[in-house]
Design a protein around this ligand. Structure first.
Ligand code: HEC
Length: 259
């Protein structure tokens, strides 16, 4: 064969013991389920922020840099918090915001809505979500929407940097047993998601100052997903369905003979 020899530390899936293949398969199945839930969460927390149904780059811009013409309260009520109250009550709140945030109207009509629909969670006991008890607290979220605040971004960044690194380390380690040629392409697919993770996270901050970076967030996220899907499918296929090439068969026979 004209191909370069296999690296002596490289083992194909089909040379691995059953227990390892089972472990890899179980891990990949659970990771894929996790990925699906992450996508659902992404959709649920960003879709509709711009007032249009579905997820768009505009929604991403609003999430990170704010909508400039809307308030944080309004974006949340059109997006992730939309299911917390009937449309008629949401419209009443929008009317109050656009009507100049009048305190008397708040006490009479708006505060009871917050008490009934929002305070179960937004009573100030969770420091990561806005406190919606009383006029002054509500006023803070009813200011012009500046997008996610930096502290929240820092918190989510470290979670993503650690979490995604684990996910891609595990997935790539499993994928390293796949037979993919040329070798540089395989290495590129392994390295690529790590570049995307960093690009994605830095773009969150950059979108705050320059909105077109929202496209980098979307493209980096898409490429990351594509790499995950590719590694997943190739690994599963080669683990269970692929006919091992003669190279592995000959090598396995040789190892058995030595062992
Ligand atoms: C079941 C609990 C729960 C209820 C009820 C609830 N929220 Fe939230 N809210 C959350 C959580 C959790 C977050 C943070 C996660 C997120 O942004 O999706 C949040 C975030 C927010 C934010 C901040 C969004 C941002 O962009 O940072 C606003 C504003 C908000 N909620 C308003 C409301 C209003 C108004 C109501 C009532 C109509 C309400 N919420 C009802 C749980 C709740």
């Amino acid at each position: 064969m004209s191909e370069p020899p296999l690296h002596h530390l490289y083992l194909h899936f089909q040379e691995l013991p059953w227990s390892l293949r089972t472990l890899y398969t179980a891990t990949l199945l659970v990771l894929a389920t996790g990925y699906l839930f992450a996508l659902l969460h992404l959709y649920g927390s960003h879709a509709g922020r711009d007032g249009e149904p579905g997820l768009s780059v505009r929604d991403v811009v609003i999430a990170y840099s704010g909508s400039k013409e809307s308030t944080r309260l309004e974006s949340a009520l059109r997006g992730p918090m939309a299911s917390m109250l009937p449309t008629s009550e949401a419209n009443e709140i929008f009317g109050w915001i656009h009507g100049g945030l009048d305190k008397a109207v708040f006490e009479k009509d708006i505060d009871p809505i917050f008490e009934k629909r929002c305070l179960a969670c937004h009573d100030g006991s969770n420091p990561h979500i806005p406190h919606l008890g009383g006029y002054d607290n509500v006023l803070e979220t009813a200011q012009l929407d500046e997008g996610v605040d930096i502290f929240t971004l820092v918190r989510v960044s470290h979670i993503h940097l650690f979490g995604l690194t684990f996910i891609f380390f595990i997935t790539s380690l499993i994928f390293s047993h796949a037979y993919v040629r040329p070798v540089w392409l395989k290495c590129l697919i392994v390295a690529f998601p790590f570049v995307q993770i960093v690009l994605d996270i830095f773009s969150w901050y950059l979108t705050k100052v320059f909105e077109p970076f929202a496209y980098v967030i979307v493209i980096a996220g898409g490429l990351m997903g594509a790499c995950f899907a590719f590694m997943w499918v190739v690994s599963m296929y080669q683990m269970w369905l692929y006919k091992p090439s003669e190279r592995f068969a000959a090598r396995t026979a040789e190892r058995r003979a030595i062992g």
